[in-house]
Design a protein around this ligand. Structure first.
Ligand code: PLP
Length: 475
């Protein structure tokens, strides 16, 4: 493809994306085709000769769009949001065009240094503890996901707990253990499996049934029991904004307990971390100064396209010591000078793309004020929805809702609540998901798609209220 051809097709596809954003609200939020329908619309094999881009736009419309779950749809209230935005897409475009592989500072000085500075900017925006900054003992790095951040934190925790023995011999006969609450994300168990600890080494600490936050006394008891039994606690993962209900674990008390036991404390704020750009929501991060590592996903709620997890450590040397391996072919003068960061030592993959460009573009475009406005809009829309629920005595709110997720159910019970979810999702105008809270079936409405406005939340409520009337009448 020549530069001119690229320019022509590129402009055309930028138009296609802009048109998509303008029209996404009028599409069904989820596809109705059965599994296999998209694959069936594709040719059986690759073209033997390049066929250019003739018909590509039409194929996108006819093959891809009908098979899309539209995460940018204003009626998308499922899971947690996965935001994107113009500046984020343009940043990714430039990064792809530069095609740099920034595994070492030497292979990508700009990729490395922009990433370091963007993570420092983000730390400032969220008012993270000073030791997470690259100008102090720590620093930030972009991981692909909060799941990878949990894995990296687990490896750093293992290195701290096992020292040289873990690095040279692995888990060996030592029974390492990992602690999180019963509400901790499944990626923590997955990280334990990948790290060789296994499901049997994961301790799910009980939560307070009202707040769904980890009980510090239960954590202390679980740690003490493991130590007494000869196991070696490696990492505690506390959560700011659990996946089910956005519960916030009490970091100050958890942090003090981790210090007592010498255990690595990782804080997973995958979704709710973005809220800390707003000073009035920073209460959720109280006690973060005790953490050894912390992550949140700008790709969830901060207008930055997937994938972008921001991960910080308080002591970068502890992380690098756990992960670094230096083969001859990667030796270079800059690394040996000790004056540079080589991000290959801060995560699992060696190769790294220039993901910080999209963060830079997003931060420049929106500034602190624009990002705060986005978070505040999500919170206020969720509170508006919660007020609708609270005012209807057929419904009940199932958990505290300080951010942009509301968990609620029909008082009539699990079967009626499940029927309600099915009926509202069948309209194609909205997409909500569910969870269980203290055993009860609960609907989740998570606000966060950039185009969601009051009208969409009100429309979702009115569809829910109408469906509730029908379901309760049907008995
Ligand atoms: N941690 C929490 C609290 C989450 O809510 C999620 C996803 O929703 C994750 C981790 C996993 O996020 P990722 O998809 O970035 O791995």
């Amino acid at each position: 493809m020549t530069a001119d051809e690229f320019r022509r097709h590129g402009h055309d596809l930028v138009d296609w994306v802009a048109d998509y954003w303008e029209s996404v609200g009028s599409l069904p939020v989820r596809p109705s085709d059965p599994p296999g329908a998209v694959a069936a619309r594709l040719p059986a094999g690759p073209p033997s000769e390049g066929d250019g881009f003739a018909g590509l736009r039409a194929d996108l419309d006819e093959v891809v769009l009908p098979g899309m779950t539209h995460w940018q749809h204003p009626g998308f209230f499922a899971y947690f949001p996965a935001n994107t935005s113009g500046p984020s897409v343009l940043g990714d475009l430039v990064g792809a065009g530069l095609g740099v592989q920034g595994m070492l500072w030497a292979t990508g000085p700009a990729a490395t240094e922009v990433e370091t500075v963007m993570l420092d900017w983000l730390a400032e925006l969220l008012d993270l503890p000073a030791r997470f900054r690259s100008t102090s003992t720590g620093g930030g790095v972009i991981q692909d996901s909060a799941s990878s951040a949990a894995l990296v934190a687990t490896l750093a925790g293992l290195h701290r707990a096992g020292g040289g023995a873990w690095r040279s011999s692995g888990i060996g006969g030592t029974r390492y253990t990992v602690f999180t609450s019963t509400q901790g994300h499944s990626s923590i168990e997955k990280a334990a499996r990948i790290a060789g600890i296994g499901d049997a080494g994961v301790r799910q600490v009980e939560v307070d049934p009202a707040t769904l936050a980890m009980r510090p006394s239960a954590l202390r008891a679980a740690l003490a029991a493991d130590v007494a039994a000869g196991a070696r606690p490696a990492v505690v993962v506390a959560t700011i904004g659990t996946t089910s209900t956005t519960a916030v674990d009490p970091l100050s008390e958890i942090g003090r307990i981790c210090q007592e036991f010498g255990v690595w404390l990782h804080v997973d704020a995958a979704y709710a971390g973005a809220a800390a750009v707003c000073p009035e929501l920073r209460w959720s991060h109280a006690g973060l100064e005790h953490a050894d590592s912390y992550c949140f996903d700008p790709h969830k709620w901060l207008l930055t396209g997937f994938d972008c997890d921001a991960f910080w450590v308080a002591d970068r040397e502890a992380l690098v010591a756990a992960l670094t391996v230096m083969p001859e072919y990667l030796r270079n003068v800059a690394t040996e000078s000790g004056a540079v960061i080589d991000y290959r030592d801060w995560g699992v993959p060696l190769g790294r793309r220039f993901r910080s460009l999209k963060l830079w573009f997003v931060l420049r475009w929106y500034g602190a004020a624009g990002l705060r406005a986005h978070i505040r809009s999500g919170v206020s829309l969720a509170q508006r929805f919660a007020a609708h629920v609270a005012a209807d005595d057929r419904f009940e709110i199932a958990a505290p809702h300080p951010f942009s997720l509301v968990c609620f159910r029909l008082k009539a019970g699990d079967a009626a609540s499940e029927a309600l979810l099915d009926r509202v999702n069948a309209t194609g105008r909205f997409y909500l998901t569910h969870t269980r809270v203290n055993g009860a079936y609960v609907l989740r409405l998570a606000v966060g798609a950039p185009q969601t406005a009051e009208s969409h939340v009100d429309e979702a409520w009115s569809a829910l209220a109408t469906a509730a009337t029908e379901i309760l009448a049907e008995g």
